[in-house]
Design a binder for this molecule. Structure first.
Ligand code: SF4
Length: 329
């Protein structure tokens, strides 16, 4: 049985032991208005701003109380803001912080404990790699798109997948992100005391305004494209196939590069340089100069990104869709 210290709880505040710690302290949002808790409030606010501005929360070594409390207070403030964008962004940024800390974790006991606490049954092998259940691997790796995550590039044995520690930790990021986001989504909105309303309003104001849907030439958006736009407007993370569809569809319908890039600014992992590169690549401005067409309806169906309605009748590619008039922002 591994012994967890305060510093461990501060590093991995998703552990159930942290809930007990917070319950013991019996801190409420009302008390946070008191001067005694100002450092906690300031650090909580800093965590949220780091999430928005850098997409990763930092870690302050040597002050576990402040780190644990500020994690929970930031959670409550993000929940109180009711902003889907902040919930997504905060979940991802805390997950990146935990990923980095776990990557450098010196204690094998703590490492295994954190991984198991996330419901990942990974068996450590003598050569330093890990075996984990096939289903769990698929569920976590499904949104990772580089070649190494494809099953054909993995060693499989009796229902398990063998992966190096670095890749296990990358999967942990996905599990932590899901866990924090689900907790945020399900938590009741806390009652915000008068003195903290200013902070909650400030957080609402840093969430990007819903992006106007660009005008595309002729016809309405097909349901799959509308779905991707809807996800972006809520600050949700659009899967790779949805992004590819959106960019290729809009570009082929005459929407400009800058308008397409700005659509992604609400995405939790938005990085303008990378987005620009990807958009220009799909548009044929970079790389081999090939301008891509949207994926076919058959491919979109097979990837679970088809939301067919009667208006899709018989078409083979979203570009053929001719439904209602184009929706506007
Ligand atoms: S049938 Fe084609 S156009 Fe219609 S939602 Fe599915 S993928 Fe999109």
């Amino acid at each position: 049985m591994v012994e967890l210290g305060f510093e461990d709880l501060a590093k991995y505040p998703i552990l159930k032991e942290v809930e007990a710690y917070f319950r013991e302290r019996k801190i409420s949002l009302e008390e946070l208005s008191l001067d005694d808790y100002r450092p906690v409030l300031e650090r909580a606010r800093e965590r949220i701003f780091e999430a928005v501005e850098r997409a990763k929360v930092s870690y302050r070594r040597g002050c576990p109380d402040l780190e644990i409390m500020s994690f929970l207070v930031a959670f409550l403030l993000v929940r109180a803001s009711g902003s889907e964008f902040l919930m997504q962004k905060y979940s991802l940024s805390e997950a990146r912080r935990i990923e980095e800390l776990l990557q450098g974790e010196k204690s094998d006991g703590v490492f295994s404990y954190v991984v198991k606490a996330l419901g990942i049954d990974a068996v450590a092998l003598e050569d330093g790699t890990f075996e984990l259940d096939f289903d769990r691997y698929l569920r976590l790796a499904t949104r990772l798109h580089s070649e190494r995550w494809k099953l054909v590039n993995r060693e499989l044995s009796k229902g398990s997948v063998r992966i190096p520690r670095r890749d296990l930790v990358r999967l942990v990021r996905e599990a932590v992100r899901d866990l924090i986001y689900e907790r945020l989504r399900k938590a009741p909105a806390p009652k915000v005391p008068e003195l903290l309303k200013g902070i909650v309003e400030e957080l609402k104001s840093i969430s990007p305004k819903p992006v106007r849907r660009p005008k595309a030439k002729g016809g309405a958006y097909p349901p799959c494209v509308s779905h991707a736009l809807e996800m972006l407007s809520k600050g949700e993370n659009v899967p790779h196939i949805g992004r590819f569809l959106l960019v290729s569809y809009l570009y082929n319908k005459g929407v400009g590069i800058e308008d397409i890039i700005s659509l992604f600014s609400t995405s939790p992992d938005f990085n303008e340089r990378i987005t620009r590169y990807q958009v220009e690549h799909i548009a044929g401005i970079r790389g081999g100069g090939k301008k891509y067409l949207p994926p076919s309806c058959r491919i979109l169906q097979s990837k679970g990104f088809c939301f067919k309605t009667e208006e899709c009748d018989g078409i083979k590619n979203p570009l053929q869709f001719r439904g209602r008039k184009v929706e506007r922002g």
